[in-house]
Design a protein around this ligand. Sequence first.
Ligand SMILES: [Zn+2]
Length: 411
Amino acid sequence: MAQFELLARCPTTRARVSRLTLAHGTTMLPTFMPVATQAAIKGLTPQQVESLGVTLILNNTYHLNLRPGTKVLSEAGGAHKFQGWNKNLLTDSGGFQLVSLSKFTTITEEGALFESPFTGEPTMLTPEESISIQHAIGGDIIMQLDDVVPSLSPDHARVEEAMERSVRWLDRCITRHNASGKQDRQNLFAIVQGGLDLELRDRCLTQMLERKDQVAGFAIGGLSGGEEKDVFWRIISRCTEKLPEDRPRYSMGIGFAEDLLVCVALGIDMADCVFPTRTARFGVALTPHGPVNLRLAKYANDFGPIDPECPCPTCAEGTSRAMLHGTMTKETTAATAVTIHNITYQARLMGDARNAILNGTFPNYLKTFFATYFGDVGYPEWCVNALRSVGVDLLEGGEVKVVSGSGAKWE
Ligand SMILES: [Zn+2]
């Protein structure tokens, strides 16, 4: 089983630092997990990712199951060996992508029925099958199959059904996992559902906490689907309030810098998102002053690096914004260079947060981040509200503008 040690707590917020030891080494939390859809992260070798200090990545079960498939993965000895990745790996259940990518998916009590992209035949993904596929992939952390409903679904009865079914599917996943003999190397996480309804979330939490001894950690699912941010943070906060101290907490699909830091302040330990690596391929570099769109004409004669303070190979070797601007749409090298930078940016954001929590200076870290990132455009109101709920007043002692909406900074 995973070893989870709590090392420090922020005396003001609910942020914490912990050490998670899995079969492929130690990962310090809070952490951001880059998403490697197929096998490696697009544009990078696993060795490049490892050299950036990343110790935990996410692989998509849906994609690995299609190609190379479980037979090849089993022959290879799992996805670690198949892709040459020596650090920790988390696999999702495959359910979310099934629902979002397949032409038709019908959810029944048995599982998710979908059309095979190869044969067109109806194919069933059951909770047991999802766990078996994840066993073949060999992820250090594996996720239960859950019944996913879009967060903006107006159908309350369906959201409730999906929440209750996710609890029943968790039991089936636990049974399959415990019968496999893989529990010493692979660790099952439960996924809390219940949409945007606090009462449904509470009921889900109560039931899932009864299964605490059977799971290594808890994820919060069913968010990041375009819901109001002021609703989003209240759901996260309610969940972290009730989740046990001695298990890692994972918010799924979170990747913007401000979202990550708010979640950490609310007590989240892990997050994943395709955003930093996907946006890199579109020429957007993440910096302490906000995202920079390198395709804009103004960067054609900008000979400085993306971020002079950044230690990543792209910035440290002095690759200019002008060079990246000129090659962004023509050379894959530019996409690789910005991907390396963005992964480093996310890792530093979380690493600096961990250091601040350990040093007892996390509230100041939050204030400095928001002043640097949003000082010129105004702070997103939901961030101000969320952080105020855990004792940090971003507006204290300064003349700051507050803006409604997401407040995302895009040029
Ligand atoms: Zn950099």
